[in-house]
Design a protein around this ligand. Sequence first.
Ligand SMILES: [Zn+2]
Length: 179
Amino acid sequence: MRYISLVLTSTTTARRTAALVNVLSQETTTPDAVAAVLREHGETGPIDLTPADLTAMRTAAGALREVFAAPDTDTAAEALNRLLRKSTGRLRLTAHHGTTPWHPHLDSNDDAPWGEWLLAASCLALAVLIWDGQRPPGGICASTACENVYLTQGSGPPRRFCSRRCATRERVAAHRRRQ
Ligand SMILES: [Zn+2]
């Protein structure tokens, strides 16, 4: 059971998706590390993640990575459509028994397992981002030392790195190569 008390927007949900995909992609990740990311993104209640939940969430994260890996909007939309066809339920509205405003969900029910929830909530958020932005919703860090995903943000030149840290590391490496 989840206790997310506020209804996140598509952007905040997508931010949570990116953070979860990143923590779940680390080979050494633990249920505690995943729970910490969930708390950072609005989860307020006790989080009971079993090893089976973790495995299912990792599978979902792997599937979502394909959307981030898409080089252009059409490819991202097609990758998302494949997931929507195969791996999510129908669009439905829920108010979590009167505890939240009505909002859309793509999982089969409010107590769906964590893996199903992650994939469904992420697909919904990424679909809205493509709809709103008409551009790929994110990307994969261009640093060879990093596999993090990131979200497309704002206007301006497309970003290539997940973080300032990775951008700096690559700039320093390129500078060394030139010398
Ligand atoms: Zn990076």
